[in-house]
Ligand binder design. Structure first.
Ligand code: AMP
Ligand code: ZN
Ligand code: FE
Ligand code: FE
Length: 303
């Protein structure tokens, strides 16, 4: 069993990236990937901790991208998440991912607008409170929800989303995010495998719609689909698996562990019954071309 969808406190999880491999090992997991929202800042610490323990680990990211509904062709249909997995983690990889910094900057423009809307609703929290609470550079709604909870404005994180900051609630402000092609191409150019995260959340009723979306994403460079996910039903996982086979996509899966920000989700097990096969981890490793520099190979041959 492996877990390929995990957040740390470099975005909106609550564990240090360096603590996660130990936790995974205690649970008997055979592989782990770190996939923080729009940042790769935890990967070095994560990989070093995993290496020290002998825990197989992959550097990763989860990028928010603009979602264009394949039926309506409207560009304002919200966001989709693209996971990136990087079997090779070196300076070239991280350099190719530097455009992610723009997304984090965009959040610092968006969050004060949410705070302003909250003020108008009689909720007086400051952005400084939220940033202090987040202690990272990917500041998002879960951090705002935690401050609302801490200050007693709500009794649960869920109430914060339902009453104030959920997608259809009065203080919601959308994020500026990347076009889907840009997100996928950034991952692929960095030598990674791009994977459509939790397809269920796109709420595509018609299976044909998901197929046409996937065909479009494949043309952009998509390499896989998250088949196993805490909130997927067995029927949905089966449907996604069949689509993966038809389109030649890798199959991945994970819990979307966020630590105390989503206490109902356990590392590895999700809501309790998740079991992502080890092959999901190894197939990502093997999907990648070996890191061979042709010039170096030629240079190492003595005539
Ligand atoms: P942001 O990236 O700042 O828009 O925040 C997105 C995060 O908020 C995601 O990790 C979601 O899990 C969480 N989130 C979004 N909507 C809800 C909701 N209705 N209830 C609980 N968490 C939510
Ligand atoms: Zn999150
Ligand atoms: Fe996600
Ligand atoms: Fe996630």
């Amino acid at each position: 069993m492996v877990d390929l969808h995990v957040h740390s406190n470099c975005s909106d999880g609550t564990y240090d990236p360096g603590q996660l491999p130990q936790l995974a090992q205690t649970l008997g997991l055979a592989g782990l990937a770190l996939t923080d929202h729009d940042t790769i800042s935890g990967n070095d610490e994560f990989l070093a901790a995993a290496r020290a323990l002998g825990m197989p680990a992959l550097a990763g990211v989860e990028i928010s991208a603009a979602y264009v509904n394949p039926d309506s062709q409207r560009a304002d249909d919200g966001e989709m998440h693209i996971l990136g997995y990087f079997p090779r983690w070196d300076a070239a990889t991280t350099t190719n991912l530097t455009p992610l910094a723009t997304m984090r900057d965009n959040r610092h423009e968006r969050n004060p607008l949410i705070i302003e809307r909250l003020r108008a609703l009689g909720v007086a929290i400051s952005y400084e409170d939220v940033c202090r609470h987040a202690a990272c550079d990917v500041v998002g709604r879960p951090h705002i929800a935690a401050v609302l909870l801490h200050k007693g404005y709500v009794k649960s994180v869920q109430e914060a989303f339902d009453r104030f900051i959920g997608d259809h609630a009065p203080a919601y402000v959308p994020k500026r995010i990347l076009p889907q092609r840009t997100a996928i191409e950034m991952i692929v150019h960095a030598g990674g495998v791009a994977v459509l995260a939790h397809p269920r959340t796109l709420r595509l009723k018609n299976p044909r719609s998901l197929a046409s979306l996937l065909e479009h994403l494949c043309a952009c460079g998509l390499g896989g689909i998250e088949v196993y996910y805490a909130a997927h039903t067995a029927g949905e996982s089966e449907q996604y698996c069949a689509l993966a086979a038809r389109l030649g996509l890798l199959i991945t899966g994970g819990s979307d562990f966020h630590g105390a920000h989503k206490p109902e989700l356990a590392l590895g097990r999700g809501f309790g019954n998740l079991c992502v096969p080890d092959e999901c981890f190894t197939s990502i490793l093997h999907h990648q071309q070996p890191a061979v520099n042709p010039a170096a190979v030629r240079g190492s041959h003595k005539e």
